[in-house]
Write a protein that binds this ligand. Structure first.
Ligand SMILES: [Zn+2]
Length: 329
């Protein structure tokens, strides 16, 4: 008996359908997957002595760095960027830092919130991805009152951190919350222009009204192991925070640097939106020198996420040494 005779026409049809399905499935397995596009959640965690440190990314923006750096030339900027395989506009990180001391959850700066569009304002989502919620934050320490550092405090006039008190240098607060200073400032939204004052006032208003502001004067220990130090120049009351636990130190420097590929190598290069660019340049050089001399780990808001590393002094300028990756423990 021939094989063919053993199958009914129905059975044959079923066989053909099965074959067709197999072919289809085979094709489906090779279909192009849609591009995922996003990276891992923007948090990076490590232990430092008894403190847990979490770098939080608020997002990135493409910045035309060749248009706002001063004490240099566009040619020098582009050469320095090219030496790092980069170009302008440069994708620039916006970072903040969360410290769990074991008894308190302390956030240093808050990112931009919704002020600079959807590429920023991811701090709360990344904090949640890291295992914490904004309502758990006990205290927020501000480096300075530019909107990319305080914007995350509020959304449309509502406080995003329902239980936190806010610590900021009194000199910085008084400067940016002054109607008289705003009246004297030129129109615009950069540096010491009217828009920067207006935004600071709007962002801080709910916390001021709720009695949640606790200004400090210059140098102060705000919590055991966390001390504010003066770092004026970028803004008049700009401060950094030295964090110390079990003889380990981390220096959170705020905005003494904006473009890692250029300003480590040449700390005389400044940004056009410093309140006092000469003072900022002096402060940058002083802090870079003490970071290199002390082999200090430091954290900065705008160097590539997680914004953590050390410096080595070189005959000219400094060399950036990023932190070694830790998977946590
Ligand atoms: Zn900034």
């Amino acid at each position: 008996m021939k094989y063919r005779d053993s199958l009914s026409s129905h059975q044959l049809l079923a066989l053909y359908i099965l074959l067709a399905l197999c072919l289809l499935l085979q094709c489906a397995a090779y279909a192009a997957a849609p591009l995922a596009r996003t990276s891992a959640p923007g948090f990076y965690r490590f232990m430092m002595g008894g403190f847990e440190i979490t770098a939080l990314n608020d997002g990135t923006l493409e910045l035309p760095v060749d248009q706002f750096l001063i004490n240099t030339t566009p040619q020098k900027i582009n050469d320095a960027l090219a030496a790092h395989y980069l170009e302008s506009p440069l994708e620039t990180s916006y970072n903040a830092f969360l410290i769990n001391t074991g008894t308190k959850l302390i956030l240093i700066d808050t990112g931009a919130g919704n002020i600079f569009g959807p590429r920023l304002g991811k701090l709360a989502a990344n904090m949640r991805a890291s295992g914490y919620t904004p309502s758990q934050v006990d205290e927020i320490y501000i480096t300075h009152m530019h909107a990319d550092h305080i914007g995350g405090l509020t959304t449309d006039g509502e406080m995003n951190f329902s239980n936190a008190i806010i610590r900021a240098n009194r000199k910085e607060l008084d400067y940016w919350l002054s109607e008289a200073n705003m009246a004297k400032a030129p129109e615009g939204n950069r540096g010491d222009q009217k828009g920067t004052y207006r935004r600071a006032m709007t962002i801080m208003a709910p916390y001021v009204k709720a009695g949640r502001m606790r200004p400090f004067d210059g140098e102060a220990e705000l919590s055991p192991g966390i001390r504010a130090y003066q770092s004026a120049g970028h803004t008049p009351g700009h401060v950094g925070y030295m964090i110390e636990s079990q003889a380990n130190r981390l220096m959170v420097v705020g905005d003494i640097i904006h473009v890692a590929a250029i300003q480590f190598q040449d700390p005389t290069v400044s940004v056009a939106f410093d309140s006092d660019s000469k003072q900022a340049e002096k402060e940058r050089l002083k802090e870079f020198t003490s970071i290199a001399d002390g082999k200090l780990l430091f954290a900065a808001a705008h160097i590539p996420f997680p914004g953590l590393g050390r410096l080595q002094a070189k005959p000219q300028g400094f060399q950036w040494v990023p932190i070694n990756y830790s998977a946590g423990k």
